[in-house]
Write a protein that binds this ligand. Structure first.
Ligand code: FES
Length: 75
């Protein structure tokens, strides 16, 4: 049986990682990508999950959280 963690809307999802930063964003440089930039959602709020659609901005404002996407950049 699969367990799924559900967080209430409006609650932060990042309790401790790099909380001194306005937004936690990480980048990875990859030599072979179809597009120059692809953003993967880490806030679990995207309507286009697993891709980021910018929903983290609303989530961060509502909760005081600081989550942001993982960016894959073509080198
Ligand atoms: Fe989730 Fe951007 S929508 S990180």
């Amino acid at each position: 049986r699969r367990m799924v963690a559900v967080r209430a809307e409006g609650s932060a999802i990042n309790p401790e990682i790099r909380k001194t930063e306005d937004k936690v964003v990480d980048s990875v440089v990859v030599t072979e990508l179809a597009k120059p930039l692809t953003a993967y959602c880490r806030c679990w709020r995207s309507g286009t999950f697993p891709l980021c659609d910018g929903s983290h901005v609303k989530h961060n404002k509502a909760t005081g959280d600081n989550v942001g996407p993982l960016l894959l950049k073509k080198q």
